[in-house]
Design a protein around this ligand. Structure first.
Ligand code: GDG
Length: 476
């Protein structure tokens, strides 16, 4: 890193305001992106980085309470009107791009006015960024909410240095072509405004390069796309986690106490999962697998418990609240079918848990059952591995996650095959401690070597390289 000022753009800012009994306080939010950006190695001489995002509070609240938000960033909220924000976020971003990029074409709900709102929101964010932008700033745009933003900024500031990182999968061209041609070209052209476009895996990157060639006619040379106006480098940057945070937390006093409480309440084998409420996370398929296991192996009845934490998310979108109902029906059905007067197979919680509870669950469980049907990376799998100081516990992981590329010692499964998942559950329930240790040690060595700080620094270093190459006129 050098002394350039960093401008981060993400849909959400990393905090929210909470008012209780007329007292307003600030709540910092966690999550992969926030942790990543906050752990960047910025030199002490670097100017304060700026974080631009869409406000989920009013301008009046911001003016009154912004003094409460006091950390290493300067925050710049963009205030969108309600209709634009709804069409942008619930509409185009989460009812078109999200299902499409996660291979759920049947869930796409495309309307032209969603696209209009998406364009308006991107323009509003662009206007704000351009207002702030100074020579030598590095702009880092995050995720599918802002695919057109790099080109919008570039059109107004041709010499800006712009990086873009996609946190979700980039689908194969066969999926992308479901979008109307004008819309597809608009989105792909938007990304070509960046100097560097980053993905979690090489597959996603290859899909992007193919889509650009087939939709726009620009081929690439060793991952660099040259158009008459721009030169765009692409790269693979698998996001990591704050490894030491999770590893060390397992010995925190609060976590130890929570873990003891859990072990006392659930003395048998514990299977655990935590996900945002989302059809991509494969919760229904996971429940089907548990049902198969208990049907085929009734000797496990009363000898295990599945702690299923589902974190509320996007519940104003139909496919999301419908999913919640489906999950709750399935939990009720399985508990009714296999439960006894003193035991239930599933403990279900629809809420978030604190960091200490999360680490206690990661370290109390015998099996982490992580079976998304599509996931850009999946940080939960990495956090589970990092937190196991005891080198015990089995990870069952969907092969359709980005994380599966790095966690080959997990029991990899196809989440749609409930018989395979049930079979792997059975194997995990009886896996000898030595085998658990061997697998865990290898995974820990791998993910501790490339943590979130390194991920963020690598991306910024690669972005700086494109800037230097542009300045000296050499090919990237
Ligand atoms: C997107 C991509 C990609 C969850 N529940 C609680 C809680 N969490 C934290 C986890 C983890 C994060 O939220 C979830 O990250 P994931 O990667 O699993 O999933 P997405 O939210 O879908 O993230 C994904 C990621 O971006 C990063 O690029 O990996 O593929 O979809 O950090 O720990 N934290 C606490 N309580 C909870 O109840 N404290």
């Amino acid at each position: 890193m050098n002394d350039n000022r960093l401008i981060i753009i993400s849909y959400r800012l990393p905090f929210s305001f909470k008012t209780e009994n007329r007292v307003t306080s600030v709540k910092a939010s966690a999550g992969g992106l926030v942790t990543a950006v906050k752990s960047l190695d910025l030199p002490p001489s670097a100017p304060k980085p700026v974080w631009v995002g869409c406000a989920d509070f009013s301008q009046r609240v911001w003016e009154k309470h912004k003094h409460l938000v006091n950390d290493d960033f300067e925050y710049v909220p963009v205030f969108l009107d309600k209709t634009t924000n709804k069409g942008f976020y619930n509409g185009f971003a989460n009812s078109v791009l999200w299902p499409l990029f996660h291979y759920f074409p049947a869930y796409i709900d495309y309307h032209d006015d969603y696209l209009t709102a998406y364009k308006a929101a991107n323009q509003a964010v662009c206007d704000k960024v351009v207002e702030l932008l100074q020579p030598d700033d590095l702009v880092w745009v995050h995720d599918y909410h802002f695919l057109p933003l790099p080109m919008l900024i570039r059109q107004s500031q041709p010499s800006a240095t712009i990086g873009f990182f996609l946190h979700i999968p980039f689908p194969s061209y066969e999926l992308l072509r479901l979008l109307p041609g004008k819309c597809r070209s608009y989105l792909l052209n938007g990304l070509l405004g960046a100097n560097l476009v980053g993905f979690h895996t090489t597959d996603y990157r290859v899909h992007f390069l193919q889509s650009v060639r087939l939709s726009l006619g620009f081929s690439h040379r060793l991952g660099t796309i040259v158009t008459p106006q721009t030169k765009v480098q692409t790269g693979t940057f698998p996001i990591g986690i704050n490894y030491s945070l999770f590893h060390d937390a397992s010995a925190d006093e609060e976590v130890v106490q929570e873990r003891l409480d859990l072990k006392r309440s659930y003395p048998d084998k514990i299977i655990f999962s935590v996900d945002r409420l989302d059809y991509t996370k494969g919760v229904m398929q996971r429940l089907d697998a548990l049902e198969v296991l208990l049907k085929q192996h009734p000797d496990w009845i009363e000898k295990l418990v599945f702690i299923l934490v589902v974190v509320p998310s996007r519940d104003q979108i139909q496919t999301y609240w419908e999913r919640k109902q489906m999950i709750e029906q399935a939990v009720g059905r399985i508990n009714g079918q296999f439960g006894t007067l003193t035991w239930l197979p599933i403990v279900y919680r629809y809420s978030d848990v604190t960091f200490s509870q999360l680490v206690a669950l990661y370290t109390a469980c015998d099996i982490a059952l992580i079976t998304p049907v599509r996931d850009g990376m999946n940080l939960v799998a990495k956090e589970f591995v990092a937190s196991r100081q005891d080198q015990q516990g089995v990870l069952i992981l969907s092969e359709l996650t980005g994380a599966a590329n790095e966690l080959g010692e997990a029991l990899l499964v196809n989440p749609l095959d409930e018989y395979e998942v049930a079979d792997r559950l059975l194997y995990a329930l009886t896996m000898p401690p030595d085998e658990q240790r061997q697998r865990m040690i290898t995974m820990q060595a791998r993910i501790s070597g490339y943590d979130v700080r390194q991920w963020a620094n690598d991306f910024i270093d690669a972005l700086l390289t494109t800037q230097q190459a542009d300045q000296t006129g050499q090919a990237v």
